[in-house]
Design a protein around this ligand. Structure first.
Ligand code: PEP
Ligand code: MG
Length: 344
């Protein structure tokens, strides 16, 4: 009963924070969006205070049915999102199938190592009609609201160029048919493969925005299968290699005047908020239920302080040392929200 009462009062606190701005004490605004998989989540997205949708995982459109969705099926779904008046931006990630996500109607060859196989954008640019059905649906719906397109698993500039040329073909077809669409729709990429980090200066010249997918980026950088429990202890967002890569991506984005978001699970972990602020990200997105807590952290922090803290963390040799430093600071700053997990 005590626990239930605590949960109830916590929920009340979160719903009070939900509509507030995600701004630090010294006035830096970090946009906080939601990751969703289903349209039915829209209620929660609004209730928990998302500014926009940072990641719509469209795989579920394909998973929830027996046949493949048509252009019109896609269009109706995305139009519902687009017409929502509370969201400032809606990021639709094109089909990210393969790896640990499967669809029975799409024949992906049996692979020994699916995480490194024919997945996501690699599959889409081989199955053009499948890809075009989705892109046409997004473009048609873009006439109704702030939709943007995000390409998963980009590993080099050619995949982005190929996608852009397919999008151009779709646009020409719509223009011929006199169907409206947003000609300036933003086309961004997920940065979740180490090669994309290393050439983020080149990608930033051709992409309209970046969104860092740390779930996959950590998997590929640290060589840890994200669904393998035996190596999960090595899955460390604060690994110096991961932090340096995220920093490079954000810095390259900014020197090329595009925005950098982060949409991996680490964004929903309150402990990491000061790190994400210190890295200078423009936007983060997470499970909608985690948004109020993230806002609470952001509103209680100072951007300048987070940059200094990040510098200290980046001097550490191991993720454990960084984590300890971070935890101690968060216990000091938010004594009600964090408990000390390391002896000092
Ligand atoms: C990621 O890889 O970090 C990500 C957000 O996408 P997903 O978890 O769907 O691969
Ligand atoms: Mg991913």
């Amino acid at each position: 009963a005590v626990r239930q009462a605590r949960l109830r009062s916590q929920k009340k606190e979160y719903l009070k924070i939900a509509p507030l701005r995600s701004e630090t004490k010294d006035g830096f605004r970090l946009k906080v969006g939601a990751n969703i998989e289903l349209l039915t989540e829209l209620d929660i997205v609004e209730k928990y205070g998302a500014l926009g949708i940072g990641l719509y995982r469209t795989e579920y459109i394909y998973l929830s049915r027996k046949d493949l969705p048509t252009e019109t099926d896609h269009y109706h779904i995305y139009r519902k999102l687009a017409e929502n008046k509370t969201l400032e931006y809606i990021t639709i990630r094109t089909l990210d199938i393969g790896g640990d996500k499967f669809v029975s109607e799409i024949n992906v060859p049996k692979e020994i190592n699916p995480a490194m196989g024919l997945r996501a954008i690699r599959l889409c640019i081989r199955e053009i009609p499948l890809f075009k059905a989705q892109l046409m649906g997004i473009l048609r719906a873009s006439a109704y609201g702030p939709l943007r397109i995000m390409i998963p698993m980009v590993s080099g500039v050619d995949e982005l160029r190929k996608t852009r040329s397919i999008i151009t073909e779709c646009m020409e077809e719509l223009s011929r048919k006199k169907i409206n669409y947003n000609k300036d729709i933003k086309v961004g990429i997920m940065v979740e493969v180490p090669s994309a980090c290393m050439i983020s200066d080149k990608l930033a010249q051709e992409a309209d925005f970046f969104s860092i997918g740390t779930n996959d980026l950590i998997q590929y950088t640290l060589a840890i299968d994200r669904v393998n429990e035996y190596v999960s202890y090595l899955y460390e967002p604060l690994h110096p290699a991961v932090i340096r890569m995220i920093k490079k991506v954000v810095d390259e984005a900014h020197s090329h005047h595009i925005q950098a978001a982060l949409c991996g699970e680490m964004a929903g972990e309150p402990l990491y908020i000061p790190v994400l602020l210190g890295l200078g990200l423009d936007e983060i997105s997470m499970n909608p239920y985690s948004i109020p807590r993230a806002k609470k952290m952001i509103r209680g922090l100072d951007h300048g302080y987070c940059r200094e803290l990040l510098e200290e963390i980046m001097k550490q040799d191991s993720p454990e040392e960084g984590e300890k430093l971070l935890n101690n600071e968060m216990v000091r700053l938010f004594p009600k929200d964090f408990v000390r997990v390391h002896e000092s």
